[in-house]
Design a binder for this molecule. Structure first.
Ligand code: TPP
Length: 371
């Protein structure tokens, strides 16, 4: 669309159009599990490909079980993840243990695969403080509920790594809604200016609760927002684990080579509701749109690819499913055994030095709890 306004030697609309057109979606596997882009194919062994598939299957089961546990009143806050496995798990799979994850509330799977014990993820869901006591050596922080706040924190963590001379990166995740927050622009701009080794992943699942991405921004892609920060921006097919892996792996290499941050937009979809707190997606999504995205299912596509290679079958998948169910059962049992949270735990965890006005209340509760 050329500008309707008189051209006085330059055409600002055309310039915008040209910039937007540069951002093409990177894909390695199509919906049939066929390789359509050899050049972007990551260098993964058969074992690694199987491991990635196992994690995706495991996490789909975890999602199904978490939804059902929530409905039984055995879990609290839960943001469903089905549909986003490639985006979440292939990006985490491209990391090293020393890298730091700053997740949003939907990104608990990445935390688990980065080392957070499953029972602690369940305790987080229940609002129990032990769910937020991340074990030493597990480089994640608690999921951020304030949309976009983790983006600035990631820029800071990454800059800290650079200053210490560490060869690691900070990766953070937000949604398409998060990319409209001021924190997003501040974070990517700051990281760009200081060449901080950060990776900003925007999981564009098309909706911020009920707000469609088309109403979120006039930009054709979220990836192109990187241009203003002077950093590379990539849009990948977020239902394609190999494309996501390649994009993050490359961004990580750039970051540790001192070339600064990258913004990665993954085009994805959440099959379930926004959270389990009463959201009804049928009020804002059509079944046609749901069907369109179900055909892109990352598990189906990756399964087809691996089966064609002869390195995946039903038996293997069933083993993973059984293992996931077993682990979940054990982790829930362990979460149930955690000591009941007390009011004084909340106060003690919040303050090193209790404010004077709370000291009195603290003493009252301490007394009650001792009975
Ligand atoms: C600063 C802030 N504003 C509003 C909210 C309420 N809120 C919770 S989730 C959400 C939508 C976020 O959508 P998106 O960033 O696309 O992520 P998604 O949930 O789709 O993964 C909103 C507005 C919040 N948590 N924080």
């Amino acid at each position: 669309m050329a500008s309707k306004t008189k051209n006085q030697g330059f055409d600002a609309m055309k310039q915008l159009e040209q910039i937007s057109e540069q951002f093409q979606t990177i894909q390695v596997l199509n919906e049939e599990g066929e390789v359509v882009n050899e050049a972007a194919m990551p260098d993964l062994t058969d074992e690694q490909l199987q491991e990635l598939m196992s994690r995706m299957v495991y996490t789909r089961i975890l999602d199904q079980r978490s939804i059902s546990l929530n409905r039984q009143g055995r879990l609290g806050f839960y943001a469903p993840t089905a549909g986003q496995e490639a985006s979440q798990l292939a990006s985490q799979y491209a990391l090293e243990k020393e890298d730091f994850i700053l997740p949003g509330y939907r990104d608990v799977p990445q935390m688990i695969w980065h080392g957070l014990p499953l029972y602690q993820a369940f305790l987080f869901s229940r609002g129990h403080f032990h769910g937020n006591q991340i074990p030493e050596g597990v480089n994640v922080i608690s999921p951020q509920i304030i949309i976009g706040a983790q983006i600035i924190q990631a820029a800071g963590v990454a800059l800290g790594m650079k200053k210490r001379g560490a060869k690691s990166v900070a990766i953070t995740y937000t949604g398409d809604g998060g990319a409209s927050q001021g924190d997003f622009y501040e974070g990517i701009n700051f990281a760009g200016a200081f060449k901080a080794p950060a990776i900003f992943v925007v999981q564009n699942n098309r909706f911020a609760i009920s707000t469609p991405v088309e109403k979120q921004s006039a930009a054709k892609t979220i990836a192109q927002k990187a241009v203003a920060a002077g950093i590379p921006g990539i849009q990948v097919d977020g239902m394609d684990p190999l494309a996501v892996y390649s994009a993050v792996k490359q961004a990580r290499e750039r970051a540790i080579n001192g070339e600064g941050p990258t913004l990665i937009e993954t085009l994805t979809y959440r099959y379930g509701p926004h959270t389990m707190a009463g959201d009804d997606p049928t009020r804002y999504r059509t079944s046609d749109l749901d069907n369109e995205w179900e055909k892109k299912d990352p598990l189906v596509r990756f399964r087809k690819f691996l089966e064609k290679k002869g390195i995946w079958n039903e038996e293997k998948e069933n083993e993973v499913i059984e293992k996931a169910k077993e682990d979940i059962k054990e982790a829930i049992k362990k979460a149930d055994e955690a000591p009941k949270q007390k009011v004084t735990d909340l106060m003690e965890n919040m303050y090193e030095q209790m404010p004077q006005n709370l000291e009195e209340q603290y003493a009252i509760y301490k007394e009650k709890e001792s009975k």
